[in-house]
Design a protein around this ligand. Structure first.
Ligand code: PPE
Length: 315
């Protein structure tokens, strides 16, 4: 259950957690017209630091552009600053940040372009996405009977609220059938992604991941893993992945803000590799956690410190 924090940022000012309410006839409720992000802030020796906040804000602005949500009223720098301030005023060390842009209240009807855009940012403490054991032990997953969004239907590069109806179908089906997560195929039947994670495959020392044209979200963690792997001399090949390649892989793992780097130990009850976290996955996890926990120098400039300065008074 979500533990409330004190403040939520709304259209440029801090409001109380319980005051962040919208009208039931807001456009977003009927039509799913929102774009959003999920960002983690980690506790480091020099205080809380937000992971790749600029890239997340950029993706949110891209998502808004795809949906013709113009005139947000805030530029990227202001949104980054708002997130830093929000973590500070809520006095959190590690948390998950959820900015949302939604079409609000006014007219009803599919094209209600004059309805105001509302920008909210909330944060709270969020633990491990696929269970406490998942990062070390790996998870058991299935191939979903639901496909990912077909091209030219709902744009997969946008992180839009409506896309998560598809994610819900994938995730609910998987969990009801006793799996932690489902892997969806794209419309052509090739591997796409999990309901809330990108996917990587390791075979014979080569790392593969589906390309952006396979209806995947352009994950920030995906990009981070590509960069970390390259740094280790293990280039990642973005290529179409047939479903059966998963079953015969040496290692398969998920990446995502919430899931971080989660090994997959079985798919459709077929054991992957040795049935436990593999060496490439473990090495990448180690690199990733050392950067985000501040144990290794932040050579990629991924961390934005929430400096310990005087908190700005909330209004
Ligand atoms: N694909 C999907 C469909 C997706 O939702 C996510 C993030 C990713 C890939 C990985 O993207 P990135 O976080 O930038 O590495 N999923 C969010 C969902 C959390 C939720 O359940 O809500 C997340 O990880 O924050």
């Amino acid at each position: 259950m979500l533990t409330p924090t004190e403040y939520i940022w709304h259209n440029g000012r801090f409001i109380g957690w319980n005051d962040a309410k919208i009208h039931v006839l807001s456009h977003v409720v009927s039509y799913g017209s929102s774009v959003f992000e999920g960002i983690r802030c980690y506790a480091t020796p020099s205080g809380p630091a937000i992971f790749r906040v600029r890239e997340h804000v950029r993706r949110m602005i891209d998502s808004a552009k795809i949906y013709r949500m113009d005139n947000l009223g805030y530029n990227a720098g202001q949104l980054v600053d708002a997130m830093v301030e929000l973590v500070r005023v809520n006095k959190l060390d590690a948390c998950y940040i959820r900015p949302i842009i939604l079409r609000g209240y006014g007219e009803v009807g599919v094209h209600a372009g004059n309805n105001p855009l509302e920008v909210y940012i909330a944060c709270w403490e969020w633990g491990k996405y696929l269970g406490e054991e998942a990062l070390a032990q790996g998870v058991d997953v299935c191939i979903s009977s639901w496909n990912r969004l077909a091209p030219n239907t709902l744009p997969a590069l946008a992180k839009a609220g409506a896309n998560y109806m598809n994610s819900q179908l994938i995730r609910m089906e998987a969990q009801i059938n006793g799996y932690s997560e489902g892997i969806a195929l794209d419309e052509a039947g090739y591997v796409s992604e999990g309901s809330g994670e990108n996917i990587f495959v390791v075979r014979d020392g080569r790392i593969l991941t589906p390309p952006l044209g396979a209806s995947v979200l352009p994950g920030i963690t995906r990009d981070s893993v590509i960069k970390l792997a390259e740094g280790l001399g293990l280039p990642v090949i973005e290529t179409i992945v047939p479903r059966e390649m998963l079953y015969i892989a040496d290692e398969v793992f998920f990446t995502g803000t919430a899931a971080e780097i989660t090994p997959i130990r079985s798919i459709d009850r077929i054991v992957i590799g040795s049935g436990k976290r593999g060496p490439v996955t473990e090495k990448l996890q180690q690199e990733f956690f050392e950067v985000i926990n501040g144990k290794k120098p932040d050579s990629y400039g991924w961390l934005t410190k929430v400096s310990a300065g005087q908190p700005v008074a909330a209004n």
